[in-house]
Design a protein around this ligand. Structure first.
Ligand code: NAD
Ligand code: DAU
Length: 351
């Protein structure tokens, strides 16, 4: 039975990944290690919490003792690292924690995994460390072209710079020690259990409570949207078939402007749930500092080498997502804790 150490598994993508893996395989064990920051929520994992192949350990990836103990107690086969501070706006307000978790924390688990897996002749068994990185490490695109794995790293925010730093440290462990690693760089995810500070759940949440819908700058920045389950499938394929030492971009040519995304959500809620939700709620607000204009993934490598392609179009995925948040309004209310309310107030004024 392969043992997966999933770090940051109580967050958005990590929890979707754990649920997907336990639904797909009954012969694996998953240990979810999460510090439970504001973004980590064990409610996301309710449907698997009693699964005998799943266990949760509250720990910080920066903590040597806690992480070493897990490697001492379990013969971990795979590490899938989702743990991170993940919100660009927060990184602009307070960069330090981003360097701590996203750089030093990654180096800590990487090093502990290396020490536990390394033998005289190389590395034991079929071990692998997969880092969940981001397309933001490539910086920003103009009107044409796409990010390929060969694009130079050119991050602009403290968040993306911290993710790029981690990518380089991981690459150095491959170059120096031949450690079995892969890095995935995915575009913007959306779907169930995303914390409502990110564009799509924030807009859905504000529509449901008739609050202002803040659109940064001119609303014409472009993101390449991927339904979270498609990302989870890609990670599973990289774990199983990814060539050691390689980087894989993950995305599916679903580029949309922010204002298109916002208006799509309004229209669907207006037509299906509440005719009081209209474009009048939109408010153009001050732009994000250093705001990347456009992201767009070239998925040729993962498509050709691993035969991965997304199965959910943006039009289908956004409807599924809105329906999920409406059905799970209680979840939305619960995650908006006091701490988050203060942050929200600072960013957007009274709730
Ligand atoms: P998230 O913020 O929803 O979840 C992050 C999780 O990490 C939380 O459960 C949090 O408690 C945990 N965590 C934070 N610091 C920790 C620490 N020091 N030790 C242990 N756990 C800690 O993030 P997400 O959106 O699910 O993103 C997951 C990963 O995927 C991140 O590494 C992010 O950079 C990357 N990524 C995200 C997207 C996206 O669109 N959301 C796209 C591409 C890549
Ligand atoms: O591309 C992958 C990245 O996508 C991940 O690495 C990050 O972890 C994830 O947070 C996401 O980053 P973005 O900055 O692209 O996502 P966010 O949802 O914060 O913003 C999406 C776009 O919407 C961006 O152009 C900023 C804009 N925006 C965002 C918010 C929160 C608004 O116009 N209004 C808002 O209120």
């Amino acid at each position: 039975m392969k043992i997966y150490l999933v770090t940051g598994g109580a967050g958005f993508i990590g929890s979707n990944f754990i649920i997907y893996m336990l639904k797909t395989y009954n012969n694996i064990k998953i240990i979810n290690v999460d510090k439970l920051t504001y973004a980590g929520n064990l409610e996301n994992l309710k449907e698997v919490e009693n699964n005998l192949n799943y266990m949760f350990v509250k720990a910080d990836i920066c903590n040597k003792k806690e992480i070493s103990r897990i490697f001492y107690e379990y013969d971990i086969d795979y590490v899938v690292n989702f743990a991170a501070e993940s919100h660009v706006d927060r990184s602009i307000n307070d960069p330090e924690i981003f360097v701590r978790t996203n750089v030093l924390g990654v180096q800590n688990i990487l090093n502990i995994a290396k020490n536990s897996w390394e033998i005289d002749s190389g590395f034991k068994g079929e071990k692998k460390f997969v880092q969940i990185s981001t397309d933001e490490v490539y910086g920003s695109l103009g009107d044409t072209g796409y990010f390929t794995e060969n694009n130079p790293l050119d991050p602009h925010s403290p968040y993306s710079a911290s993710k790029a730093a981690a990518d380089l440290i991981i690459k150095s462990y491959y170059d120096t020690y031949s450690m079995p690693v892969n890095i995935t760089r995915c575009s913007n995810n959306y779907g169930p259990y995303q914390f409502p500070e990110k564009l799509i759940p924030l807009i859905i949440n504000n529509c449901l409570s008739k609050k202002v819908l803040p659109v940064y700058g001119d609303g014409l920045n472009i993101r390449d949207w991927l339904y979270v389950e498609d990302h989870c499938k890609a990670i599973d394929m990289v774990l199983k078939k990814g060539r050691i030492g390689e980087v894989y971009n993950v995305g599916g040519h679903n580029e949309r402007t922010n204002i298109h995304v916002v208006k799509t959500i309004i229209k669907y809620i207006y037509e299906n749930f509440d005719s009081a939700v209209t474009d009048d709620l939109i408010e153009y607000v001050k732009d994000r500092k250093g705001h990347d204009r456009r992201y767009g993934i070239d998925p040729t490598k993962i498509n050709k080498e691993l035969d991965w392609k997304p199965t959910t179009s943006f039009e289908t995925g956004i409807k599924k997502t809105i329906n999920w948040y409406i059905k799970n309004e209680e979840w939305l209310k619960n995650v908006i804790s006091e701490g988050y309310k203060n942050y929200y107030k600072k960013m957007y004024g009274d709730i």
